[in-house]
Design a protein around this ligand. Structure first.
Ligand SMILES: [Zn+2]
Length: 229
């Protein structure tokens, strides 16, 4: 594939999903000389209807499950005062933490909207996607320091990989063994290795400051972990 090759010509990208016209067997312009045009009028409507069935566009019924969310958003927007903010983390901080619903990362660290980047996943693990995000956050979005912040009473540390797969299989009949949950045997050593992974990632700035601390869900305190040993 040569430089400048675009497998999805602009007209197709603007007018509809590539999946639709690749169904027609014309997705590779190298094989087929002409580029199909996206259908218009009633035919287009019929195609879109067909797609709705295939891609499960949420029905109004599903939206109603979120009534509380959208109602709360109306209230939020009524007194919205952050329109001056940009995507730059004004206090230069990124926090890598767990998805646990007990953690409010901004409140825990005294940050406000606009101050910090928050990266969350199960267990606060430094995955490839966390590294990808940190590269963007450091070079383009003002991040100068990273706090890796797992927490006490984390499911990822309380159960091992096999137990979690078994639990899901027993309760839901789904075999999840094709994915790795990245559970943690020893939270402290996992944190040290995650901090080290960021510190040694070659594409990140050499002067990036990275530390680790465990958030205590019972006290609200951050307990720092020495990751320099
Ligand atoms: Zn957790």
């Amino acid at each position: 594939m040569g430089r400048g090759f675009d497998p999805h010509p602009r007209s197709a990208r603007l007018n509809g999903p590539v999946a639709q016209w690749s169904e027609q067997g014309t997705h590779n312009p190298l094989v087929v000389g002409s580029i199909p045009t996206w259908p218009t009028g009633n035919f287009r409507l019929a195609m879109l209807k067909k797609m709705e069935g295939e891609i499960h566009v949420p029905s109004n019924n599903q939206l109603s499950e979120f009534d509380d969310i959208f109602a709360a958003n109306q209230t939020f927007a009524a007194s919205f005062e952050h329109s001056h903010l940009t995507g730059i983390a004004t206090r230069g901080l990124a926090i890598v933490t767990c998805m646990d619903s007990r953690i409010n990362p901004l409140a825990v660290t005294g940050m406000q909207a606009g101050d910090a980047k928050i990266l969350r996943n199960a267990g606060a693990r430094v995955t490839d996607d966390v590294l990808r995000t940190l590269v963007l956050a450091t070079y383009l979005l003002g991040v100068k320091r990273v706090l890796v912040m797992p927490h006490t009473d984390c499911r990822m540390a309380n159960n091992n990989e096999a137990e979690i797969h078994a639990m899901i299989d027993e309760q839901h009949g789904v075999d999840t063994r094709s994915i790795e949950f990245r559970t943690v045997d020893d939270q402290q050593s996992a944190l040290i290795s995650d901090v080290t992974r960021i510190r040694t990632f070659p594409l990140l700035p050499k002067d990036l400051v990275v530390v680790g601390a465990v958030y205590d869900v019972a006290t609200g305190l951050l307990n720092t972990v020495d990751c320099d040993a």
